[in-house]
Design a protein around this ligand. Structure first.
Ligand SMILES: Nc1nc2c(ncn2[C@@H]2O[C@H](COP(=O)(O)OP(=O)(O)OP(=O)(O)O)[C@@H](O)[C@H]2O)c(=O)[nH]1
Length: 394
């Protein structure tokens, strides 16, 4: 098989342009997101770099080498910046540009002052290896827990790419090769053709990173109440079911609080729906802040009702916590700009799960207790009388 560099470069060029176009479409789909934008720009810079490799320009060779390598470095800087942003780090613009700039100075020296293809290839291999290691390190070291799978897969591909860049850099070219790098034989073929496969693998790795992020975001949205940012009813019941089953297996107590804001309709009717929404947000945040030190499930059950599940907590402690929450909200009215604050109170029903009880039964008993709290004047806690040792508190 006879291979020569321009052939490989043309194949790489077609591949890179195809990938750059495809990724730009992905970027348009995910409009507004900076990471796909950086990666699409990186792939375009790599495509131009490859195009200049395969299709010689009518300009002096040294200028062509510098411009070509400039696009190569631009591609690497954009890629590592995108990877850093993807894992929630600040893009390392300065460090990456410094590495790219130092590399370009070296390339200028070894193309203008003492032209040496072997040294340029060595430098290219080493610097690209450094960039790929950097990207893999960012993905492995800083991946958020929920994105770990895709980050590990992508890091593996980046490390493979690093190994191929190192191989290509370290393999000596034939002494009289000139631009005919491929004359060095089979290992060089493997390095360059392997590189083409890794371009594809890297594109899929980038797609996997984006797909997992979108899935995590969709899942978060599906579990979140839009108005308050609390867990929504479906997520609350789902997680509650799971925690209740776990507590029952471990023979630990499990309690539930049903919290209902008092006279909420009056807030809407008196100060408007917007003030009602503000009151809901404020109530949730105030109660959540008071619960920060507890390992609990707290979310919006619907309308002006919230539910708190307390795994491992028995009735007496749950009632004490409910009383604390009631007092906290009563002490924190909704402050408004240049208008009187709106006082807020909450009625709370508390229940504890019996052996083998379902979540529905637990909530029904908390609801019955809440009904009694409302009937006996509101702004109070009632603990389910069926639970052992429990009593109402006002
Ligand atoms: N602003 C706003 N109001 C809501 C929202 N969800 C439910 N509501 C209102 O909450 C009010 C609840 O009214 P009621 O069920 O009569 O309860 P209440 O006025 O709090 O009376 P008690 O619970 O008996 O103290 C209704 O007017 C609903 O329209 C919401 O997301 N935003």
């Amino acid at each position: 098989m006879t291979l020569h560099l321009p052939t490989i470069a043309v194949i790489g060029l077609l591949l890179y342009f195809g990938i750059a176009v495809g990724f730009s479409l992905v970027m348009l789909m995910l409009r507004g997101q900076p990471v796909p934008r950086l990666w699409a720009a990186s792939l375009w810079a790599a495509a131009i770099n490859t195009a200049m490799f395969g299709l010689p320009l009518p300009i002096p060779e040294a200028a062509s080498i510098l411009i070509r390598n400039g696009f190569g470095m631009l591609s690497s800087v954009l890629m590592v910046a995108g990877v850093a942003m993807h894992v929630g780090r600040r893009p390392p613009w300065r460090a990456a540009s410094a590495l790219g700039g130092a590399y370009l100075l070296g390339i200028a020296w070894f193309s203008l002052v003492t032209p040496d293809l072997g040294t340029r290839l060595l430098m290219y291999g080493v610097v690209l290896t450094a960039f790929k290691f950097w990207e893999a390190w960012l993905l492995l070291r800083h991946a958020p827990a929920e994105l770990r799978v895709s980050c590990r897969l992508a890091a593996t591909v980046f490390l493979l790419d690093a190994a191929l860049f190192l191989l290509r850099g370290l393999l000596p070219t034939a002494p009289d090769a000139g631009n005919e790098v491929m004359r060095a034989g089979l290992p060089i073929y493997i390095g360059y053709i392997g590189g083409l496969f890794v371009i594809l693998a890297q594109t899929f790795a980038l797609m996997i990173l984006l797909v997992e992020r979108q899935l995590v975001e969709l899942r978060r949205l599906a579990r979140t109440d839009e108005l308050t940012g609390a867990l929504n009813r479906a997520a609350l019941l789902d997680d509650g079911q799971h925690q209740l089953a776990l507590c029952q297996r471990q023979q630990r107590p499990f309690s539930a609080l049903l919290l209902d804001l008092d006279f909420f309709k009056r807030i809407n009717d008196t100060w408007g729906h917007q003030a009602g929404d503000d009151a809901l947000r404020h109530s949730f945040r105030t109660l959540r802040d008071d619960l920060r030190s507890y390992d609990v499930l707290f979310g919006r059950y619907g309308g002006e009702e919230f539910v708190l599940f307390l795994p491992g907590v028995a009735m007496a402690q749950a009632c004490a916590l409910a009383e604390r929450l009631r007092a906290t909200l009563a002490a924190h009215p909704l402050a408004r700009v240049e208008q009187p604050a709106i006082p807020l109170t909450v009625s709370i029903g508390v229940s504890e799960a019996d052996v083998g009880a379902s979540l529905d039964q637990l909530l029904a008993r908390a609801d019955a207790a809440l009904y009694r709290a409302k009937a006996s004047g509101r702004n109070r806690v009632v603990c389910d009388e069926l639970a052992a040792g429990a009593g109402g508190t006002a």
